[in-house]
Design a protein around this ligand. Structure first.
Ligand code: NAD
Ligand code: DAU
Length: 363
């Protein structure tokens, strides 16, 4: 893309989005427009540092609103879109799939249509430079058995949750636009991210918040499910590389080659908290682990083969799980006011709704 044109980021006030926006502004520094609806998962507090950059603009709105999208595209004339806006939590998709179909499928369709119309108005030179990065997930591939090879870009799609199915649908729409219209999209499928600004409905920040408060740590089922963790900053660096040098029409798997069972992850976290909070009355934090009813249809194992992005774009994660997890725990301990703010109000309603049915005590 041409660096003088802004990049339009959707969902830039969420977990990965806010990390991407801050990373972009400090590493690249060229103009960026953030379009976000500010659902329960969006938080403008994450972006206070972005406000100091003159090239940063924020627009509050819904990717399902075609009129708004046309206005934003015409007004800012972006040279690229990085599409992160989504409903992202699997447990919420099980209790209410409608929002997932609306934003992830209908919203992506609306965005594709508006960008397609916008591209028709661009000069051939600008159109040739334009890129649309569709940020997706490894969950579209379904689940692996213990001895299976990791997911590659040619693994067949087999989504198992409404969340995964809605993301798979959006991936198929993007693929069809590439093939039918020559739409300049690239799709990325990434494994589990962790790091600063993650909403504490997801495993790691939820466990940190509960452990600090001396509340039970609700591990689903037997805790032997495997996830392939990647530090969010490494995902952001990968997205920048894909935008810069990825091949149009291709998909790239992104992952940390870092498979861990949930139980091992929670135990590692507890050991870190014991070390970083030596005065805590809740030590050893591992004693707070409580096994609760499993997630329905819970995928047993995810693992990403990241060979293609490593080979083609030279991407490698900078953080190991040990360094990334320490950074992450230190960030949450240093930002307890952020935690308290996001956990007020509607958050408690979600915790009651999700965990009471699992037989979790004292949430
Ligand atoms: P998140 O839930 O933290 O943030 C989503 C953001 O999108 C929020 O700021 C929200 O306000 C915004 N949003 C939701 N609906 C919108 C709408 N209709 N219009 C405009 N904005 C809307 O999600 P995240 O974890 O940061 O994930 C970002 C993207 O990355 C998603 O597409 C997700 O599927 C994908 N992804 C996430 C992970 C992960 O581990 N978190 C891994 C791989 C891929
Ligand atoms: O793999 C990429 C995906 O990773 C992204 O596409 C999703 O947006 C993101 O939410 C994440 O999905 P998971 O379902 O893997 O993440 P979550 O943090 O919800 O759960 C991680 C694992 O921990 C999973 O096996 C379920 C388990 N878990 C989760 C919670 C919230 C628990 O055991 N207890 C919990 O309380």
């Amino acid at each position: 893309m041409n660096n003088s044109s802004p990049v339009l980021v959707t969902g830039g006030a969420g977990f990965i989005g806010s990390n991407f926006v801050l990373d972009w502004l400090s590493a690249v520094g060229s103009p960026l427009v953030n379009l976000d609806k500010i659902t329960y998962a969006g938080n403008l507090q994450n972006l206070v540092a972005a406000e100091t950059y003159s090239g940063y603009s924020f627009e509050r709105g819904d990717i399902c609103d075609a009129g708004l999208l046309h206005r934003i595209l015409n007004h800012y004339a972006p040279g690229a879109v990085v599409h992160l806006a989504a409903e992202s939590h699997v447990d919420r998709s099980l209790l209410g799939p409608g929002d997932f179909v609306q934003t992830n499928v209908q919203g992506t369709f609306c965005l594709l249509e508006c960008v397609r119309a916008y591209l028709e108005r661009l000069s051939p030179a600008r159109r040739a430079e334009f890129r649309f990065i569709h940020v997706s997930t490894d969950e579209v591939y379904g689940t692996l058995s213990p001895g299976d090879p990791p997911f590659t870009e040619s693994t067949a799609y087999a989504p198992n949750s409404p969340y995964a199915a809605s993301k798979a649908s959006s991936d198929f729409l993007v693929r069809s636009y590439v093939h039918s219209y020559g739409f300049p999209a690239i799709t990325t499928n990434c494994s589990n991210n962790y790091g600063p600004f993650q909403f504490p409905e997801k495993l790691l920040p939820l466990m940190i918040a509960n452990a600090v408060a001396g509340k039970p740590l609700p591990v689903y089922g037997d805790g032997r499910q495997v996830r392939d963790w990647l530090y969010v900053g490494d995902h952001c660096a990968a997205l920048r590389l894909v935008l810069d040098r990825g091949r149009v029409g291709e998909t790239y798997n992104i992952g940390g080659r870092n498979e861990q069972t949930n139980l091992d992850t929670v135990r590692l976290l507890c050991a870190l908290l014991d070390e970083l909070l030596p005065e805590s009355p809740h030590k050893p934090h591992e004693g707070l682990i409580q096994f609760v009813a499993d997630r329905p249809g819970h995928d047993r194992r995810y693992a990403i083969d990241a060979a293609k992005i490593e080979r083609e774009l030279g991407w490698r994660p900078a953080e190991t799980f040990a360094t990334g997890l320490r950074r992450t725990v230190e960030w949450y301990l240093a930002n307890r006011d952020w935690m308290e703010q996001v956990m007020s109000g509607a958050y408690q309603h979600w915790i009651d709704r999700n965990y009471a049915a699992r037989g979790a005590a004292n949430q």
